[in-house]
Each structure stands twice: as C-alpha cells, then as structure tokens.
Design a binder for this molecule. Structure first.
Ligand SMILES: Nc1nc2c(c(=O)[nH]1)N[C@H]1C(S)=C(S)[C@@H](COP(=O)(O)OP(=O)(O)OC[C@H]3O[C@@H](n4cnc5c(=O)[nH]c(N)nc54)[C@H](O)[C@@H]3O)O[C@H]1N2
Ligand SMILES: Nc1nc2c(c(=O)[nH]1)N[C@H]1C(S)=C(S)[C@@H](COP(=O)(O)OP(=O)(O)OC[C@H]3O[C@@H](n4cnc5c(=O)[nH]c(N)nc54)[C@H](O)[C@@H]3O)O[C@H]1N2
Ligand code: SF4
Ligand SMILES: [Mo]
Length: 889
C-alpha cells in the first residue's frame, strides 16, 4: 500500500487536555495518520506533548464500537434510536421527567453538548443533565461565580510570558498540561527574574524548575492563602484603591482569614513546611508586580474546593493582581472541552449559555428554543444523580463520552447502581469499557479524527476539531445521535440539524441573547451568522467575540475592573480552613491521593492503544514514603494491598521520598479492563464539596499491607488472554501484542503449568528453560518463524526483565538468536534498553545511564545531543534531570 498522503495537512485540535493544542494531521493511503503541531495555533505554537504526538497511534479499528447494540446483539440505527426514544418516553410518561437523566463529558464537542442540554432541559423538562466536569472543574465554576458573578477565566496564556511570579497550586502541569509547562520553562529562560513556586504535597516533575516547592500537608490550601491575605494586610502590601473601586466584601474576607491566623511559625508547622519557606512565598507574592496563579485538581477535588478557589482569588483581588498582563488567578481546565460544556450550560445547576435558573432566564431560553416545557430548577449533580439511580428514582440514564464505572468515587456503588437501573444507554467510541459492560443499549460514536465541531480551551479559545479520517462501521456524531432520538421522541422542530455548523450558529446566537440580558462575558457576536464555509475554515477565536478575530488576538477579562456582578464589583469571599471529612484513624491510618501519570489519559480507552505510551508506567503504582514502607514492611516492587472503607486495590510499590510520610499517591488510569485490582475509584468515598458538589478525590483514608504471592510472571502474547483467575494481573499494549504482569498464589511450578495451558498457541513450536531448584521457568512458542507467546515465571518479580522482555516482539533478530537470548539467564545484545524514559524517541534508562556515567554528562542539553532523549515533546526532561542528579549523587 502506498504511503502517499491522500490530502494535505488538515488543521484540528488535540483530543486530550485543556491546553487545546493545535494539531496538523495528514492521512496516508495506508491508513496511518501523520501528526505534527500547528505552528500558527496560539496555544502551542507548533509544539505537542507525548500524548498529542501519539494521536495517530490510537486510532485502531479493532477496538472500536462499530454498530449499535441492544444487550449483546448488533441492531440497526433505526431500531436503536426507537428503543432509546420509546424507553425514555415511557419512563417519563409513567414517572415524570425527573426519572430520566443524561451524564455527559468534557470530551464531547460544544455542538454535541448544546444539543444534549437542549433536549433534557428544554424538551424533556428536567435539569438532570450533569457531566464529568463535576469531578473536575465544578469547584472552579462555583468559585468564579461567587467572585466574578460569572464562570469566566480572566487570563490568557500570554500571561505566562508576562509574569514575574508563577504559582502552581495543586497542579502537576509538567505531566498534565505539558505544553503550558514548556511555556513556563521557556519564559523563565527568557526572563531569569521570573520565579516559579509549586504548592503540592508531593514533589512532582513540575518541581524540577521550581525556585520554591511548598510541600504543604494535604488539604490545607485555605490555611495557606488565608494566612497570605493576613500577611499582605499586615505588611501594607494590599492595593487599597483597587479594593475600594472594584471589589466588595474585603473586610469580611480579611476578618475570616484572621480567624485562621496563627504566627508564621505555627502556620508553617501546621502546613508541615519551614517558616523560611512560608515567608519566602509571602514575600514573593507581596513584592511581585505580576503574579499568575495556575491551579487544578489539588484545589478543586476537595470538600472545600470552592473555598480553596476563593481563598486564592481573594489574594489576587486584594492586591489588584487580576486581568492585567502577567497577573491573574487561572484555573487550568482538564478536558479538551470542559470549558465548552460549561459554556453551553451542561452542568445540572446551570440553565444554558452561562445563565442560572431564574424566571427571566428560563423565559428567554424557552422562547429561543421554542420549548414550552423548560426545566425551571436545577437538577441532580453527578454524585447525587448516581445515588438517585441506586435509590430507583432515576430509571433511565444516557451516559455519553465518560466512563463513570471507573471515574466516579466508590465504583462498587456506581456499578451496582447501573446494574439495577432499568435502562442504561452508553454512547462511546470504543467497544469495551467498565461502563459499557453495564449498558442495555450501546451507541457507537465517532471519535477524535472522525468527528467535527468546536472545543474551548483553558484560555477561552474556541478551536475546530476537524474530520481527518473516515469513520469505521456505522459510528455517528454524538449530536446526530441525540438529535435523532429527540426527533423520535416527537421534538422534530427543535432538532432538525443537517450539520454541526447549524448547531454552532444557534448556540452562538443564544450567547448573544443571554449576554444582552445578563451582561455575562460569554458572547460570540458575529459567529452567530458565519457561513458554513467560514465555520469549516474557522481559525481559533477567543471569547468574548464581537466579530471574526485574527487568531493571534489575545485578550483578558476584567482588565477595566468591571465584573459580572450586579454592581460590577468583584466579591471577596470569607472562607475558613476546614479539615477533610475523611479523617485517618487506627483502622485507616494513611491518606491516599490520586492523580495522573504522564503518558496516559484517564481510563486508558485510547492512550493504552499506543504501545509507546504504555512504557512509562506499565503497572498501577503506589507511591509511598520510605518511613511508611518500613513500618508496613514493603520493599520496592512488592505488591501492596490497599484497603479503604469501600474497597481494595493491589498496586506495585514504588518507594519514594517524593510523597510525605503518611500520604500515598496512585494514578487513576487502571480499570477492570486492564487490571484485576488497579482501579483507584473502588477506594474513594463520595464526600463532596457542599457548594460545588465536586467529590474529594485526593484524601482517602486507607490501610496498606504486603500482598504475598507465591509466584509472579511476565507474559507476552500476540492476542488478548483471559486471566481473571489470578488475584493480580495487569495488561499492557506492547508493539505486536500485549504484556501481562501476573502475581499468583500458586507455586512457581504450578503457575508454569497453568500458563502453559492458557496459551492460545498449543500447536506451535515450543522451547523451554526450566530451573526447578531456583523455581524459574521460561517458555517461548513460535509459529512461522515468529515468536507468538512467551513467559518468565519466578518466585519474585524482577523489574529489570520488563523492558527487554516486553520489547521481544519488536526485535529484528533471527528467531533462533532471540530464543537463545530469551532463555539465557541474562539477556544480551539489543534486549537491554531498560525502562523507556523518552516515549517520543524511545530512549531507555540504560542508554541514558551509560551516557551520563561514561561521558560524565551533567546537564540535559548534553544528554539530549548524545541520546536524542528529550528532543521530542520534552515532557521527560524533568526525569532526565532527576536521573543525572541521582547518578551524580
Ligand atoms: N497525562 C495526563 N494529562 C492530563 C490528564 C490525564 O488523564 N493524563 N487529564 C486531564 C484532566 S481531565 C485534568 S482535570 C487535569 C488534572 O491536572 P492536575 O490537577 O495537574 O493533575 P492531578 O494529578 O490530578 O493533581 C495535581 C496535583 O494535586 C496535588 N494535590 C493533591 N492534594 C492536594 C492538596 O490538598 N493541595 C495541593 N495544593 N495539591 C494537592 C497532587 O499531589 C497532584 O500532584 O489533567 C489533564 N491532563
Ligand atoms: N480518584 C480519582 N478519580 C477521578 C479523578 C481523580 O483525580 N482521582 N479525576 C476526575 C476527573 S478530573 C475527570 S475529568 C474524570 C475523567 O473520567 P472519564 O470521563 O470517565 O474518563 P475517560 O477515560 O476520559 O472517559 C471518556 C470515555 O468517552 C469515550 N469517548 C472518547 N471520545 C468520545 C466521543 O467523541 N464520543 C463518545 N460518545 N465517547 C467518547 C472514551 O472511549 C471513554 O470511554 O475522572 C475523574 N475521576
Ligand atoms: S498539552 Fe499535550 S495533551 Fe494537552 S492539548 Fe497539548 S498535545 Fe494535547
Ligand atoms: Mo478532569
């Protein structure tokens, strides 16, 4: 097949994080998709991170949901749509509109989101439409609305280059928003005066370039920012003019902050940092003109997430450091279209287009939609929605583009609720997820590269996602599926859309009407009348929009000190520190926090299809401090059993001083699809912030003990294996097949026999090396001169084996050489890359260590020249630095 391109480069936007990087994609005749960064896109100026660069490797057809299904039966679209429409109609007729719900996602396009919200709130007449943004951004939304009167992010990315002081609070930007982190690094290199402070209980890759890391105790951000406000007041570092002219509530906020006030020494002690560090931070904040505070889930996912947000915004308002070049509080959004969902009103407590529920707003939207049944009060937020399903109050739910059986806390409860819900519809682009497994109807949605519409990034910039490949099977755009169901329910006049441009114009037109009524900042002006052609060509636009903008435009909100409140003044909010509702005790003495790893996206339904994204953290890990590891008798690479009030997990131990004693950390990515017990959400309880409804996901009390298997194995296989019988198994994609990690309660020899029996390649040529005295067994099966299946069984897990063993399918050596190497105790030759650190250039730890040791490398620039590591997306540079440091220590 030809490698020739079939079209020129097509501009689109990355599928993953809220940085919203511009991507250029070029489909080749052989089905591959070339990817590069779009140099003209203002978010990334041509750069992409490891996940963005691997987008083309995640489009495997084999994993797709290609046809609608009812239970396990493939059906026509006609039948699927009728079934969904009828079931929803019957449920509503019998039990009322609040007996049904939609659970949406920040990974839907704005057009999809708009149509879903319109159907539920406008036509079904319930506001039971919520989204996974509840787990992600809702504390920021609530904080913005309290402070500014609307959910508006004041800053823009150019503030990074303009700032003197950048503060990351509860954000591992280096891994989660890598391109913004690269911008900070470049800005610091340009302007050595620019300082970076990281506030995170953990030492993360984002601390590598930090001038100061405040490893505060988990959950205590309000204590820190309240104390900062008192300090600024005590030291005449406030902007009195700004406070008077543009804000209200200062006295009450300061009074409240002073209730939390302790001496600097006692505050530092409470925060578990040194007084010198605390003072240094306060002085930096007080004396820097341009302060940019970027914050994310360490702030939002807390039982006082909203108060955390306002404690940060209070300090910015009281010093007038907002809406000016280089100065703003800046909530960094998670998903590619978390912002778009918030804009259309996808949260249960919003109506539409940044409008709250009130009579005036309901009338406007009802007229605009010609929807007489419009919902008039907020619906259920995510956690309450799933409780209502469990209680039988919601009897039909439609889940789109999210995987709540993995991502909502207390997943046993979520799974039980969905299992007994009379009617569950799930729209997804892949065929198999923990949530799809519970669906009555599965609807195949177009995925990234097939769908077309718009997304809004963290800086309010709307960019186009474009269709660059064809769609496998019968998958359809989400907006099409929703509109067809709406029409079948009898709402034809509201949902006769022919293409996404029509939806976009209608949505833009609603923002204009809503803006005229409310004076909120969200307004799309002339975009309401753009032609189809202009929509297809649309270059990035940053709201507020009056007329079509040049894509280089960047603008800030509230630069004139006028906010979206009734009297145009911003509000400082009195907040007090509250200890987490989830206290540790004797039974659960440790606190488990959760978050992201560098190369995986959420529940791995797409990123785990790219072998090169699976190498960085091939197994679910538990980060634990050496002191705790000693107490619980855990060694590096043991398997730990973690127990909480709601469940258990089994995780590979990674002993590290990067976490504080008493605090553990684990990544959120594993599910029942790729691990026996790596799913972190089984452990979390659903304690929520009372204002935003956002669950606390970073502070679960747990206990930990060593899991003692009698044998462990690494298996590689060209096909998927069924391994449910083993207490511990993890599945990873590798080039040419899959790699499995297994720990079992069988003896090594029994595990050897069991694995031999499980091999799907019984008829092939087989070679074995057995060492019963040492309880080691290796087997390789080949067919037609190609290795098909192989394993290493031993008593203990040897982490050094993974890198070379998992690469075997990729080796170019003759089969005989490969087999002899595989069966020899120590692998030779090419099988020695070590753990892959640079995913882009596939550089392993061994080559890096060798270069550092043999050539005396002291800096990453030299290491990059020698090995190419770090010269792709740059996300691994922090780890290169750590490696250099560790080797020279
Ligand atoms: N690689 C990758 N990138 C992603 C994603 C992904 O899945 N993978 N997901 C995207 C999405 S949807 C989101 S929401 C973002 C999330 O982006 P981030 O919020 O940056 O990521 P997290 O790892 O969830 O949490 C950030 C940090 O909060 C810290 N933290 C925990 N508790 C506290 C606390 O009490 N106070 C403070 N100050 N810090 C605390 C944790 O130690 C952690 O390092 O990432 C986006 N980008
Ligand atoms: N313990 C703990 N839990 C957490 C978090 C945490 O930090 N700790 N973080 C929370 C946060 S911030 C978030 S954002 C959530 C994320 O959690 P989820 O939203 O549940 O995670 P994803 O894996 O992104 O799920 C998206 C699903 O949509 C599918 N999909 C992708 N594109 C499309 C499309 O265009 N159409 C349709 N119909 N389907 C599509 C994907 O295949 C996938 O199954 O997790 C939350 N859960
Ligand atoms: S930073 Fe990475 S994941 Fe986020 S939008 Fe850019 S390329 Fe995609
Ligand atoms: Mo998120």
């Amino acid at each position: 097949m030809s490698q020739n391109p079939i079209t020129p480069w097509i501009k689109t936007t990355c599928a993953y994080c809220g940085v919203g990087c511009g991507v250029e994609a070029k489909p080749l005749r052989n089905g591959a998709l070339l990817i590069r960064g779009d140099k003209s896109h203002p978010a990334n100026l041509g750069k992409l991170c490891s996940k963005g660069l691997a987008l083309g490797e995640t489009l495997s057809e084999t994993h797709r949901l290609k046809f609608p299904m009812i239970k396990h039966q493939g059906v026509s679209w006609d039948e699927a749509i009728s079934t969904v429409a009828e079931q929803f109609q019957q449920t509503i007729a019998k039990h009322g509109p609040d007996s049904v719900a939609f659970y949406l996602s920040g990974q839907l396009l704005t057009e999809d989101y708009y149509v879903a919200n319109k159907l539920m709130k406008g036509f079904i007449g319930s506001a039971n439409v919520d989204t996974n943004s509840r787990l992600c951004m809702s504390s920021s939304v609530a904080g913005h609305k309290r402070a500014f009167g609307s959910d508006s992010i004041p800053g823009c990315y150019q503030d990074i280059e303009a700032a003197d002081l950048i503060i990351l609070v509860g954000s591992n930007l280096a891994w989660c928003h890598p391109i913004l982190y690269q911008r900070i690094k470049a800005a610091k290199a340009q302007n050595p005066k620019c300082k970076l402070v990281v506030i995170d209980p953990r030492k993360t890759a984002s601390c590598n370039d930090a001038d100061l890391h405040l490893a505060i105790a988990n959950g205590k951000d309000v204590l820190l920012f309240n104390r900062l406000l008192s300090y600024l007041a005590d030291n005449q570092l406030l902007d009195q003019d700004y406070i008077e002219q543009h804000t209200q509530g200062f006295e009450a906020a300061l009074h409240s902050a002073q209730q939390d006030k302790l001496t600097l020494e006692l505050t530092a002690e409470q925060l578990q940092i040194s007084t010198a560090e605390l003072k240094q931070f306060f002085e930096l904040f007080g004396h820097s003109d341009k302060v940019l505070t970027l914050y994310s889930q360490g702030v939002n996912q807390s039982i006082q997430g909203t108060d955390k947000v306002n404690s940060i915004i209070n300090c910015h308002l009281a010093t007038g450091k907002i809406g000016k070049p280089g100065s703003s509080p800046f909530s960094i959004t998670g998903q590619p279209n978390a912002m778009g969902g918030r804009e259309v009103g996808g949260l249960a407590n919003m109506l539409a287009s940044h409008l709250d529920f009130n009579e005036r707003n309901c009338e406007l939207v009802s007229d605009f939609w010609r929807a007489p049944q419009i919902a008039t009060r907020p619906g259920l937020k995510a956690v309450d929605m799933f409780d209502a399903i469990a209680e039988g109050k919601i009897k039909a739910i439609w889940i789109m583009a999210t995987n709540p059986a993995v991502s909502l806390p207390d997943s046993h409860k979520i799974k039980a609720a969905l299992a007994q819900c009379p009617f569950v519809v799930v729209s997804d682009c892949v065929a198999d997820t923990d949530t799809l497994a519970l669906a009555d109807v599965k609807l195949p949605a177009q995925g990234w590269s097939e769908k077309s519409g718009t997304v809004t990034n963290s800086e309010r910039r709307i960019s186009r996602q474009r269709r660059v490949t064809t769609t496998p099977g019968e998958a359809k755009p989400d907006w099409w599926i929703i509109s067809e169901v709406a029409k079948r329910m009898g709402f034809s006049h509201g949902f006769n859309y022919r293409h996404e441009a029509e939806i976009f114009r209608e949505y833009a037109s609603l923002t204009n009407k809503a803006h005229a009524l409310s004076q909120n900042a969200l307004v799309l002006g002339d975009l309401a009348t753009i032609s189809d052609n202009d929509y297809y060509q649309l270059a990035p636009q940053q709201w507020p929009v009056s007329q079509l903008q040049p894509q280089t435009l960047h603008q800030r909100l509230f630069a004139d000190g006028r906010f979206n409140t009734d009297n145009l003044k911003a509000r400082l909010i009195p907040v007090r520190y509250i200890a987490s509702a989830q206290a540790c005790d004797q039974q659960f003495p440790l606190k488990l926090s959760s978050g992201r790893s560098r190369d995986q996206w959420h529940t791995m339904t797409r990123t785990a299809l790219a072998a090169r994204l699976c190498q960085h953290q091939p197994e679910p890990q538990l980060q634990i401090h050496p002191q705790d590891a000693a107490v619980y008798r855990l060694n590096q690479h043991d398997i730990a059993e973690i127990t909480s009030a709601t469940g258990k997990a089994l995780l590979r131990v990674n002993i590290s001083k990067d976490v504080k004693p008493g605090e553990l950390f684990s990544a959120i990515h594993w599910s029942n699809r790729n691990s026996s017990a790596g799913k972190i959400s089984t452990l979390g309880q659903s304690f929520v912030d009372p204002i935003s409804g956002q669950p606390e996901m970073k502070a679960t009390p747990v206990s930990v003990r060593r899991f003692k298997p009698l044998s462990q194995a690494l298996v590689i296989c060209r096909q998927s294996l069924e391994l449910l019988e083993f207490p511990y198994w993890v599945k990873q994609t590798i080039n040419g097949g899959f790699c499995y990690f297994i720990a079992s309660e069988l003896s090594p020899s029994a595990l050897n026999s069991r694995l031999k029996a499980l091999s799907p390649y019984q008829q092939t040529t087989q070679v074995m090396a057995e060492s019963p005295q040492q309880e080691c067994y290796r087997l390789a099966q080949s067919w037609q001169q190609q290795l098909q299946f192989s394993y290493i069984v031993s008593k203990q897990f040897d982490p050094n084996h993974y890198a070379w063993f998992a690469a075997l399918f990729n080796e170019q050596d003759e089969l005989s050489t490969l087999l002899s190497s595989l069966l020899s105790a120590e692998p030779k030759g090419t099988l020695t890359k070590g753990r892959i650190i640079c995913a882009c250039k596939q550089v392993g730890e061994r080559a890096l260590s060798r270069a550092i040791k043999q050539q005396g490398v002291k800096d990453t620039a030299t290491l990059m020249t020698l090995t190419e590591a770090g010269s792709g997306c740059g996300s691994c540079i922090a780890e290169l630095e750590q490696l250099i440091e560790a080797i020279h220590e």
